[in-house]
Design a protein around this ligand. Structure first.
Ligand code: IPD
Ligand code: CA
Ligand code: CA
Length: 261
């Protein structure tokens, strides 16, 4: 029996909107900010948002596997259907009341991502894609940019929490991209970075050491909008890879060459 992906998407969107209300309520009113590592934060907003999404999915699809950042394998069920969730992508921004963060929900069938949803709770922008059906920002179909010149391109990147480990390498890549492009941003939500490539705001995004929940939804949204998403060697990106390069496709080879300095 095939699963109705439109229904799956609508359940995911409903869960994301519920969690957006939770995040807006907590913004600027956090009671507890804990550290998972020296720079890696978790707040009651991450936990409450995740609980809401997991409960909403469980209610409709009790037989599906759920893999969410804060509970990891705790909701594991043997199933070909798996939800991959980041209940708050951009926790550092959130904790500092910077209104750039998102909720990321993806749905995979036998390991292949088929639905991606990224919601920005402050702007109300909802990015969504279904495999082979295109990508949307709210009611509009979106496409990656047609820019063909790196010197006119606006790029975005991010840095892992243990940035100290390889900081020289990250900085060299950053500097080389900065010199070659019109500018480089660091927004702090990888899911939004990918969606902004999808809708043509950025021409390219690269980052290392991301986790499956950071990219599962955004990578599908970017691909469905015509972006190319690979690792730094040019092989197709999968969510278990530790490097990602997403571009509007015209600038892919040039950016890849810069990353492999
Ligand atoms: C982080 C964001 C950020 C990226 C970090 C991620 P979190 O996710 O996506 O943009 O640079 O590497 O860990 O921790 O806020 O969910
Ligand atoms: Ca994240
Ligand atoms: Ca998170």
């Amino acid at each position: 029996m095939t699963i109705d992906l439109e229904h799956v998407k609508n359940v995911g969107i409903g869960a994301a909107y519920g969690s957006a209300g939770i995040l807006r309520r907590h913004l600027g009113r956090l009671k507890a900010i804990q550290k998972k590592g020296p720079k890696d934060l978790v707040t009651e907003a991450d936990l409450e948002s995740e609980k809401h999404i997991v409960d909403a999915i469980r209610e409709k699809f009790p037989e599906h596997d759920i893999f969410a950042e804060e509970s990891r394998e705790k909701n594991h069920v043997e199933s070909n259907y798996r939800w991959i969730i980041d209940p708050l992508d951009g926790t550092t921004n959130f904790a500092h009341q910077v209104p750039i963060f998102s909720i990321s929900i993806a749905f995979a069938v036998s390991g292949e991502i088929r639905v991606g949803i990224v919601l920005q709770p402050i702007s109300g922008e909802l990015f969504a894609a279904v495999k082979n059906k295109g990508a949307w920002l709210n009611d509009h179909h979106i496409n990656a940019s047609e820019c063909r010149s790196l010197s006119d391109a606006l790029l975005v990147t991010g840095f892992p929490y243990d940035v100290k480990k390889d900081s020289r390498q990250y900085m060299t890549r950053f500097e080389n991209m900065l010199n070659a492009s019109q500018g480089v941003r660091r927004l702090g939500s990888a899911a939004l970075d990918l969606c902004y490539v999808a809708c043509g705001r950025f021409e390219g995004f690269w980052e290392e050491h991301l986790q499956p929940w950071d990219t599962a939804a955004g990578a599908l949204i970017a691909e469905e909008a015509g972006a190319v998403v690979t690792d730094f060697s040019g092989f197709p990106y999968t969510i278990n890879k530790r490097e990602i390069l997403a571009t509007n496709r015209h600038l892919h080879d040039e950016m890849r060459t810069i990353l492999n300095f």
